[in-house]
Design a protein around this ligand. Sequence first.
Ligand SMILES: [Zn+2]
Length: 205
Amino acid sequence: MSYEEVFPKFMKESLEKLILLPTYGERGAGRLIYNLLKLPVEKRLEVVKALEKMAEKIKTCIECGLYTEEEICSICSNPKRSKKFICVVEEPQDAFAIEKLERYAGVYHVLGGRIAPLEGVSPNNLKIDSLLERIERYKAKEVILATNPNVEGEATALYLSKLIKKQFPNIKITRISQGLQFGSLIEFVDELSLEKSIENRRSLG
Ligand SMILES: [Zn+2]
């Protein structure tokens, strides 16, 4: 009897779909499937239905790129949030990590990654044009560069600060830094350190 015959067809099909998730791999996908199958059938279906609803309803905000159920997210459409402050992040989860602190009153801009030449990611692959366009349209006072504190994140912040300064010489550009361990990911940093790093952000010019 071959492995093909032993391994249930529907599990194989699900595994093949889950492997499509970036960075997940066969092990990650397998773990998810086995854990899901440990649940009673009705619980499994609850998980899958929630995922289905999310997959269908969630889109990215046409302004900032955050995940939202509307065309424009609840931050961009909130008149209490100041568009004079734009916090630039790599991914939506970074913005949500900062939002959890409930301290930041500006808006975000999701780049959709960071400059990583070794992985073939150049500035052209990131949402930089729309950032410049928003800075201009909002007449922003400050751009907070909150890319991750690692080699690529720092390089991306440096690249952006030069580019922005060239086009908007009077704008304040800051970088979150203090209290964040080099190599950590904003998404997983503890709240106190993250809050400090934003409060003590340093000026890049
Ligand atoms: Zn938005």
